[in-house]
Design a protein around this ligand. Structure first.
Ligand code: NFS
Length: 677
């Protein structure tokens, strides 16, 4: 009888590691990736070289909405000749599958932004009811400005006299009306009317004005269930309605209510990159999205008795810094420095100097817990909907009614942990100065007219060609790209060509890490027209407008430009374009789609999950442009990506009849003299 051989276990090959230089353009991140590798700790950069994405999923044509599948409909090599006969078990076509997947991404993104907005609205309600000491109505001007959009009166008539209404009363009614936007049973999203009138009319005509925020998201889940909506155009219509409910609803409410509670941002100076962490300080890094807790952490860490407490533990003070959009929120309002972007989040712990990392919701990698295990870092989750399974993670649930107490507990935990640091602290030296804190109001102030009450000067400079156009460059990092490279190359190419950039999210942090958010950057990187405007006004060529919910500020800034006149009647008439060079999250798809539905030409980098369904892809680009004036486009190469945006801007300048003005601006003095002679 033949002897049965025992299987011999093969010695596992050492996992492939990322090349730090190829993985990121940021020198601080390069140092930390190399350090992690030396210590045997894996980061997302290594995992990205070890695991490739699914080639079918990436094209958007894998349907797993029922248990007969997943059905995969890869495009045949060489494309499709003649009729596209691909179908899943139920008969769903590639277009149906891609559209379902796409709008489910919109639902995911819109729900994330909108749930964030709802949480802020609930805290706002507590503040309006005076149930909490920690939160107060801070910016009454902003309250008065948004109240009419929520159909809340700001004046009352008494004895035939018009008087200002009591602020507390207004706040309470604004809180009620705002919360109603998530679930009212009739009517339409009130903020839809903030869009330029022709855009609102387009939405109305096409039946895409949201009824309420939650309903549009739920309806996507229903319509994409097996056997419901099987027409990609009709599916996309619902995607559009939910995306508008995000941009002009959940996100806009989040931004506005946060401004009222915590103050509308105004320009301020700060710093960015891992070098903002300090070896002799307690380092507390806040990460996530909602500012309700991080605002309290800022307040607590500035209290003299808390600073004294840190000193009593041997530290020189407390250094707060942020990652992702929580970073952007506390940067915009308090100048708290940004530690790093989404993709490099694990690296903040690799410094060995992170005494506490406090996370709330969204964009938080689960591997943070594994990295924290290798150091003394306390990783603290704070939100009931966002916990982690690893046992080293501490959960301190945040309750707005005890906000300051909760924040103090967290900050003290970080301070107490300072003494537990190992010897292996290594903070990269790299950091850059940044000027952030822009918004609709501050753009108006800096680029406003003589009385600084409108966008006249900005429009004038666009019309005369010094500023060629406006770009909104936003979004995440993606491990399938070299970290931050596309962000920086797209932005540099735009400003070199006199396109002013409005940034949010991780693009804002990436630009800050590269030193692009300083007025001085204009002379180095901008074309002559934009450089001149930045120099005269004293602004950076890239204006940081905040977190991803603050993309609603871009919508409103574009609306102000339309209102100031001379550049068409609608957002789609403007010489403007949107971009997300390194997107990864579902939120980015929702943002991209409300940009498109608001009339913006929008280019994404990396890839789009539509490439496996060319007819559907064509629909969301060329066909949607005929309906809303905006369209989707995809280009991974950053220079081509920026050039496509510039070509669109030039096309719009031509349609507006202002292309000649720019030609004049571009002539130097000698050219002009030659002309005059
Ligand atoms: Ni936006 Fe903010 Fe960054 Fe992307 Fe995540 S942080 S909400 S989703 S990764 S830009």
């Amino acid at each position: 009888m033949a002897e049965i051989k025992k299987p011999v276990a093969k010695k596992a090959a050492a996992p492939k590691l990322a090349d730090p230089i190829a993985a990121t353009i940021d020198p601080a991140s390069q140092e930390m990736i190399a350090r992690a590798q030396k210590m045997g700790i894996d980061t997302v950069f290594d995992r990205a070289v070890q695991m490739k994405p699914c080639n079918i999923g990436i094209q958007g044509i894998c349907c797993k909405n029922c248990a007969m599948g997943p059905c995969r409909l890869p495009l045949p090599k060489g494309g499709i000749e003649g009729e596209d006969t691909r179908k899943g078990l139920c008969g769903a076509t590639a277009n149906t599958i891609a559209a379902r997947n796409f709008i489910r991404m919109i639902a995911g993104g819109a729900s994330a932004h909108s749930d964030h907005g709802r949480c802020v609205a609930e805290v706002f309600m507590s503040a309006a009811r005076k149930e909490t000491e920690a939160y107060k109505i801070k910016d009454t001007n902003k309250l008065l400005q948004i109240a009419p959009w929520l159909e809340v009166a700001t004046t009352v008539e008494e004895d035939g006299e018009v008087k200002d209404r009591d602020i507390d009363e207004i706040a309470l009614e604004v809180a009620e009306k705002a919360l109603n936007e998530w679930g009212k049973y009739e009517g339409e999203l009130l903020f839809a009317k903030r869009a330029p009138a022709p855009l609102y009319e387009k939405w109305k005509k096409n039946g895409v004005i949201p009824r309420n925020i939650d309903r549009e998201i739920v309806e996507i889940m229903h319509r994409t269930h097996m056997g419901v909506d099987q027409d990609y155009k009709n599916l996309m219509k619902q995607g559009t309605r939910a995306a508008i409910a995000d941009g002009w609803g959940g996100s806009m409410l989040a931004t506005d209510l946060q401004d009222v509670l915590f103050g509308t941002p105004y320009p301020l100076q700060s710093e960015a990159n891992l070098g903002v962490m300090k070896e002799d300080h307690v380092n507390i890094v806040v990460h996530g999205h909602e500012p309700v807790l991080s605002e309290m952490i800022v307040a607590v860490s500035q209290k003299p008795e808390i600073i004294e407490y840190a000193k009593s533990k041997g530290a020189k003070g407390i250094q707060l810094s942020g990652i992702c959009c929580t970073a952007n929120e506390i940067l915009q309002r308090h100048g708290i420095p940004s530690a790093t972007t989404f993709l490099s989040q694990e690296l903040a712990i690799i410094t060995g100097a992170c005494d506490a990392m406090v996370v709330d919701i969204q964009c938080i990698m689960q591997n943070l817990a594994n990295v924290a295990k290798c150091f003394h870092t306390k990783l603290i989750t704070t939100h009931p909907i966002a916990k982690m399974e690893q046992d080293n993670v501490i959960h301190i649930e945040f309750d707005e009614h005890y906000a300051l107490e909760d924040a103090e507990k967290i900050v003290k935990m970080g301070i107490d942990n300072f003494a537990n640091r190992g010897s292996e602290v290594m903070i990269p030296r790299h950091k850059c100065t940044q000027v952030a804190g822009f918004g609709v109001e501050s753009i108006q102030y800096h680029l406003g007219g003589t009385f600084r009450g409108n966008y006249y000067t900005l429009n004038d400079n666009i019309i005369n060609g010094r500023i060629r156009g406006i770009a909104g460059v936003v979004g995440c990092n993606n491990a399938r790209n070299r970290h931050n490279e596309a962000h920086i190359e797209v932005v540099k190419e735009l400003i070199k060509n006199d396109v002013i950039v409005l940034t949010t999210g991780c693009n804002g942090i990436a630009c800050a890490m590269e030193g692009l958010l300083t007025p001085e950057a204009a002379a180095v990187h901008c074309g002559p027209g934009l450089a001149e405007v930045c120099e005269v006004v004293g602004i950076p060529p890239v204006l940081h407008l905040g977190s991803c919910v603050d993309n609603s500020r871009i919508l409103l800034a574009a609306t102000e430009v339309v209102k100031a006149g001379g550049l068409g009647k609608d957002i789609c008439d403007l010489p403007a374009a949107g971009s997300a060079p390194e997107w990864m999250s579902e939120k980015a798809i929702s943002i991209g789609h409300y940009f498109v539905a608001s009339g913006m030409y929008t280019v994404f980098g990396v890839t789009l999950p539509t490439s496996g369904a060319p007819v559907f892809h064509n629909y969301i680009s060329d066909e949607l442009e005929k309906i809303y004036g905006g369209k989707w486009d995809i280009e991974p190469d950053p220079i081509k990506h920026a050039q496509m945006m510039i070509a669109h801007i030039d096309k719009k300048r031509k349609e507006l009849g202002i292309d000649k003005a720019r030609e004049r601006v571009l002539m130097d003095m000698a050219d002009r003299q030659a002309l005059e002679a």
